[in-house]
Design a protein around this ligand. Structure first.
Ligand code: CAA
Length: 402
């Protein structure tokens, strides 16, 4: 067992940290306050090479491993959740799922532009009436000759107004051509361009957190998509959605560690500066207890997500371990942010200090990519033997990439 990070990991940590300091934090308080999501941030992330992390060089990526993606997410979320969300939907949910399920032709067609950041990808599963119950989606694709006609809508889609292409999960409608065999499961996954006729998007406003990030709704009205945009086979849609979540949850788990680190950054400074009774509040044992608990969350969180990254590198199924990391780290981040507000007192209740933003942002991660309750149930069901953990037929390419 080797716990050492490589020099490459350390370089990625440093460059993602600097990106956060130089590109994300300036002006962030105003963007967060006014709910302004800056589209140019995507271009900057692309230019800095962030969007090609964990993509093989043969598809135009940086050829770095999956642990690197987690480290980048950790450092980006240390600055702001909105930047980590870009990595979650573009790199995790979209690119890695394409890498896992795409044909060679599909990977050559889309990954090089995605890796450069000249195109941005997103993921569309959730619908107005379907969140946790992912198998009950209503958006419908009906085969019509060499294409599919898609009708329906999606909501809570990160980068809805900015992404160039979406991984859209649909139900499969009845095929009017009797010569086509019925799919064994009624779901499909498509790579859909924003420019497709019948596609539209609309932003959501009034979010509790991640206010500097774009979130919206998608609408598909008789949207015709050619059959070469089908990912996997007809019937693979649910498995593709679940494996996308294996990647997205990994980025949320690692990003959550970044929130804990940001809480520690702010609290260590504040606890040393602020005095009560002639001494820094850091000398007070109740404050020390809260700091120690944050350190515990950060260290356990790192071990959990490093393990998932290692499992991705080695091609092992990691649905269970990833759910555990996401569940544990999101709760630890929210707890750390709550404690950070506590340590800051009244200054934790105003955006003059960053901790109220950590508090609002960390709450969201306990809802998206599987609620706290879904992950609680998954962990119990694995332990009780009610949930299968058998190896998957489709895995990511192992690292080092061939
Ligand atoms: N990879 C590949 N295949 C998988 C898989 C995975 N990770 N997980 C399950 N499968 C396969 C199973 O092997 C099974 O296939 P077989 O029938 O061939 O064995 C099939 O899929 C069905 O699996 P399950 O029986 O486990 O499915 P389930 O119905 O029990 O799943 C659930 C229930 C785990 C709660 C699932 O519905 C779930 O995860 N729900 C939460 C959805 C979610 O996280 N939504 C978040 C939306 S995305 C978002 O928030 C992103 C954003 O924009 C910010």
């Amino acid at each position: 067992m080797d716990f050492a990070l490589t020099q490459e990991h350390e370089l990625i940590r440093e460059s993602a940290y600097k990106f956060g300091q130089n590109e994300i934090l300036p002006g962030l308080r105003e963007r967060d306050r006014e709910a302004i999501s800056d589209r140019t941030m995507l271009d900057k992330m692309g230019a800095a090479g962030m969007l090609g992390i964990a993509i093989p060089a043969k598809y135009g990526g940086s050829d770095t491993d999956y642990i690197s993606l987690g480290i980048a997410c950790e450092e980006l979320e240390r600055a702001d959740t909105s930047a980590r969300v870009v990595m979650s939907v573009h790199s995790g949910l979209h690119c890695l799922t394409l890498l896992q399920w795409g044909t060679e032709e599909q990977k050559q067609r889309w990954l090089p532009d995605l890796a450069k950041g000249t195109r941005v990808g997103a993921f569309a599963l959730t619908e107005p009436n379907v969140g946790s119950d992912a198998a009950n989606i209503k958006t419908m694709a009906v085969r019509d000759g060499d294409s599919y006609v898609i009708n329906g809508s999606k909501t809570w889609i990160s980068l809805a107004d900015y992404a160039d292409q979406f991984l859209v999960i649909t139900r499969l409608g009845p095929d009017p051509d009797p010569s086509h065999a019925a799919p064994k499961a009624p779901y499909a996954a498509f790579i859909v361009d924003r420019s497709t006729a019948g596609f539209s998007s609309r932003p959501l406003h009034g979010k509790l957190g991640v206010r500097a990030g774009n979130t919206g709704e998608l609408f598909f009205e008789n949207m015709r998509v050619s059959a070469d945009r089908l990912l996997g086979q007809e019937g693979d849609g649910f498995k593709i959605a679940m494996s996308a979540l294996d990647h997205g949850r990994f980025t949320v788990a690692s990003g959550s560690v970044g929130i804990i680190t940001a809480c520690l950054d702010a609290c260590v400074k504040y606890a040393n500066d602020r005095t009560v009774g002639g001494e820094p509040i850091g000398k007070k044992q109740l404050v020390q207890q809260m700091i120690a608990s944050m350190v515990q969350g950060r260290e356990i969180g790192r071990m959990l997500y490093y393990r998932v990254g290692w499992m991705k590198n080695t091609g092992l199924r990691h649905t269970k371990e990833c759910s555990l990391a996401k569940w544990t780290n999101c709760a630890a981040a929210f707890d750390a942010a709550n404690k950070a507000v506590e340590i800051h007192g009244a200054y934790g209740f105003i955006d003059e200090f960053p901790v109220e933003r950590y508090f609002r942002n960390s709450r969201g991660a306990m809802i998206y990519e599987g609620t706290h309750e879904i992950h609680t149930l998954m962990q119990a069901e694995y332990e009780l033997g009610y949930r299968s953990d058998k190896p998957l037929a489709h895995t990511l390419p192992t690292y080092p990439f061939a």
